[in-house]
Design a protein around this ligand. Sequence first.
Ligand code: KIV
Length: 433
Amino acid sequence: SPIPELYKRRPRPPYVPGRISDPDYVRIFDTTLRDGEQSPGATLTSSEKLEIARNLAKLGVDVIEAGFPIASPDDFNAVKQIADVVGNEIFDDGYVPVIAGLSRANERDIQRAWDAVKGAARPRIHTFIATSDIHMQRKLNKTPNEVVKIAVSAVKFARGLGCDDIEFSPEDAGRSDPEFLYRILGEVIEAGATTLNIPDTTGWNMPWEFGTLIRMLRENVPGAENVVFSTHCQNDLGLATANSLAGALNGARQLECTINGIGERAGNASLEEIVMSLALKGDEQFRSGPLGSGRLYTAINPVYITSTSKMVAEYTGMKCQPHKAIVGANAFQHESGIHQDGMIKDKSTYEIMTPESIGLMRGDSQSGAGIVLGKHSGRNAVGTRLRELGYNLDTDKINAVFARFKEVAEKKKGGLDDDDLESLVSDQAGYVN
Ligand code: KIV
């Protein structure tokens, strides 16, 4: 079927560190292989990471954070392999993804990250240090002045290695003093940082607070016009996607996220939620944003969402809850009679996007898209399915089958499948197809 206007991809603007030539363009930075792998129990092998990285690139991700190279020799090797292979492949719109490696703000970590990513055509070093009072005092045991000095030296060291794409994150920015953020971020810009990523590390912010923080940083950090602002929102209050979108509304032009929203504790902002929100609402909701004049857009090709989600769930062992937005097994399922009746008449009564748009085929029993015949289903849904199965029953027979269907469905968890329906028809209507 024709691709709706909404999902048509617009050309991705050229990649320049620290600049986005189209103010409406939002970069997608995927950290499934780094923050996502930090989900308890989600360890990935190097070959699984490579395969996921290739899928992320096919999906259209701008920046792939491939791992934390100092963390282990395995992680180093996985990041290096991704940088050397996927970081030099040209994907379908002619784009070569940026490959990022995470490092704490010290020379050993940064050197290791650089050694891992430097084989990529577009290598990025992502370095971070905590800036909230609680982290500086209780975790780092450092004064704010010391933290600024460490951050500046780290960025200069990364620059000195020949890396021109440097992301700096003030960890726990969501609980940091904004005045201190203005100062440290201004200094790291001067030292050579090109992307400033603002993590709500503990998922503490409300969307309006986080949006205001991004706006205030853009207005008050000296040199802010020379960098790209980014969000990294954890999901401790279930607000990671909302906070990321609030960031975009206030001028962030890189959003960090993971497939299926996996990540530390309650996870991270989910790529599929962010991307589909922008695809569906990028226009009407974001038009009045401070930077862009038109509709916000990404380069993600949503038809690869389902396959990438399934791959990540399988390799990490982190299954999505059935009601997970966009990729959960129930996301395109309809059980109640009223909903099924609406769906039979017009699918847009209860679906705000098509399953096909995210690569899920309707009618394929494996796909999870469609009508589930269960105890809430109505006569119209049962009758329609019977007709689809080839039964041409008169009203009395449909009524008899439907009455028995209701009795069985009351007791059967998970609904009735086609075989169940066929036995009801032969029992109640004496009909064999
Ligand atoms: O949650 C966090 O603060 C992070 C940073 C390192 C970006 O993962």
